[in-house]
Design a protein around this ligand. Structure first.
Ligand SMILES: *Cc1c(COP(=O)(O)O)cnc(C)c1O
Length: 250
């Protein structure tokens, strides 16, 4: 990346990032919520490390990645050639589904995993986080958000609401994991408003049992307003900032 005058891609990212921030500000305002209580995770999957560097230069500190080993490679590269990124509090969350055999590598770089929806994944992440802690590759527990199915279709990912309490207990029992809250993806059919209202409901009940796990990761490029209306504490925005995803990985 050239120093001095920003390259065209940096300008484009700067414009889209500030447009996304403005949307988020307006949504928080409209909902009467404190903007400080809503994190904007910029989803950089499929985009190269250079884009992450450009965003860091724009002040972005929170990123979402969804694929291994793409994420590991990208993040290792960023930390290696830019030591500032670690000191500056840059964090990466895993928002995609985790295969058991990739759990250890995810536990090396992720602040939290948003997509935990099965016992097997909890157990694999618990082992991965444990071993990353032992090796001092990480210094604190791995955050866990349980992905809940909003439409009850098990094929689309997410734990069924009725199975949520047991899965939450399993996370609680793992000392290397820290239960932080819930994550949802609104199904494409029907208005996002309706799904986000349902997410808010599920979360209210969840909070009664887990008052310290209040995060709600909800909202993407197309539905962040509805998510903020219904209490999202973290929106995951890809396309609106990065542009359309390339069909083939870089
Ligand atoms: C890709 C992805 C996003 C970002 O979606 P956009 O519509 O591009 O904003 C958010 N959440 C998850 C789980 C994703 O995989």
């Amino acid at each position: 990346m050239p120093d001095g005058a920003p390259d065209p891609r940096s300008r484009e990212l700067a414009e889209r990032y500030s447009a996304a921030c403005a949307r988020l500000d307006a949504a928080a305002d409209a909902a009467g919520r404190d903007r400080g209580g809503i994190e904007l995770l910029v989803v950089t999957k499929f985009f190269p490390a250079d884009d992450v560097r450009r965003l860091i230069a724009l002040g972005v500190r929170s990123f979402g990645e969804s694929r291994e080993p793409e994420a590991s490679r990208k993040i290792a590269g960023i930390h290696a050639d830019d030591p500032l990124s670690e000191d500056a509090g840059v964090v990466f969350d895993m928002i995609g589904s985790v295969q058991s055999k990739k759990a250890r590598s995810v536990a090396e770089w992720a602040r939290a995993v948003h997509s935990v929806d099965r016992d097997k994944v909890v157990d694999a992440l618990a082992r991965g986080a444990e071993s990353a802690l032992d090796a001092s590759v990480r210094t604190g527990p791995l955050g866990v958000l349980l992905q809940v199915s909003l439409d009850g279709d098990p094929h689309r990912g997410g734990v069924l609401v009725e199975d949520l309490p047991e899965l939450a207990e399993r996370v609680r029992a793992a000392s290397a994991l820290e239960l932080r809250g819930l994550m949802v993806i609104a199904p494409v059919d029907g208005p996002a408003e309706k799904w986000m209202a349902r997410a808010a409901d599920i979360r209210a009940r969840f909070l009664a049992d887990h008052p310290d796990a209040g995060e709600l990761s909800a909202g993407m490029s197309g539905d962040l307003e509805a998510a903020v209306t219904h209490g999202s504490t973290c929106v995951r925005v890809g396309t609106a900032i990065m542009g359309p995803r390339p069909l083939v990985s870089q």
